[in-house]
Design a protein around this ligand. Structure first.
Ligand SMILES: CC(C)(COP(=O)(O)OP(=O)(O)OC[C@H]1O[C@@H](n2cnc3c(N)ncnc32)[C@H](O)[C@@H]1OP(=O)(O)O)[C@@H](O)C(=O)NCCC(=O)NCCS
Length: 202
């Protein structure tokens, strides 16, 4: 069996995260309200860590850019019991002609610290090539221990970004990396996203 990170699930496939029982799928253009409701339920601390400012949601223009199939990819996560209740949003925003994509990740407070962020970032890493990215970049508050720990654990390089932020660069697997699944089958213990038809990991 392929390691989930190298399985390249179909673009519209739902992915199950075993430890939380949540499902993640590409976001739809009509889901801005649900995503902004997620923002309204998040603590100020979580919103600050996500945006490094006082933002409380996304504008219709931003959401259109993130979901119109151009240089951005966006996913929403929800619990199967409440499909309309978005509990996390993940974005990769590339630039035309650029080779990196900016990461955006926000998980509702009660769902944090349950390895969902790790699984979502791993998923993003498998998908960035679709928008021509060879690396994922992020600007992280230096007190955001969870995010820094997560990025470091996935092999990102971290550098002082000035003021109170750390710049992170996470290289994406190359085509060559993705052609050697046998090697990864020898390291099956990582937490990832699995196609929803698979048994969840615990
Ligand atoms: C940051 C965030 C995405 C991390 O996702 P998460 O699901 O909470 O994190 P995980 O459970 O996958 O944990 C990642 C790692 O950080 C560690 N960790 C989690 N919370 C921690 C905390 N408060 N302090 C120290 N380490 C922490 C975990 O133990 C785990 O390490 P491990 O793999 O060695 O066990 C999520 O908490 C979030 O949305 N926060 C608010 C918005 C934000 O910060 N976005 C990122 C902006 S760049």
């Amino acid at each position: 069996m392929l390691h989930p990170e190298n399985a390249s699930p179909a673009v519209d496939e739902e992915l199950r995260h075993g430890p939380t029982g949540t499902l993640t799928r590409p976001a739809g253009a009509a889901e801005l309200a649900a995503v902004n409701e997620l923002h309204s339920r998040c603590s100020q601390g979580s919103l600050y860590k996500r945006y490094l400012g006082t933002r409380t949601g996304l504008t219709p223009g931003e959401w259109h850019h993130m979901t119109n199939g151009g240089t951005a990819l966006t996913w929403v996560t929800y619990s199967p019991e409440s499909p309309e209740h978005v509990i996390a949003v993940l974005q990769l925003v590339g630039s035309s002609g650029g080779d990196s994509a900016d990461l955006g990740l926000l998980i509702e407070d009660p769902w944090q610290n349950r390895r969902l962020g790790t699984a979502l970032l791993r998923h993003a890493r498998t998908q960035g090539l679709r928008i021509g990215a060879t690396a994922i970049t992020g600007t992280v508050d230096r007190q955001n221990t969870a995010m820094l720990h997560l990025l470091k654990g996935l092999g990102a390089s971290l550098s002082f970004g000035g003021g109170s932020v750390i710049d992170a660069v996470l290289a994406l697997p190359t085509i060559d990396d993705r052609l050697v699944p046998a090697q990864r089958e020898r390291h099956p213990g990582s937490v990832g996203m699995e196609p929803a038809g698979y048994l969840p990991r615990c």
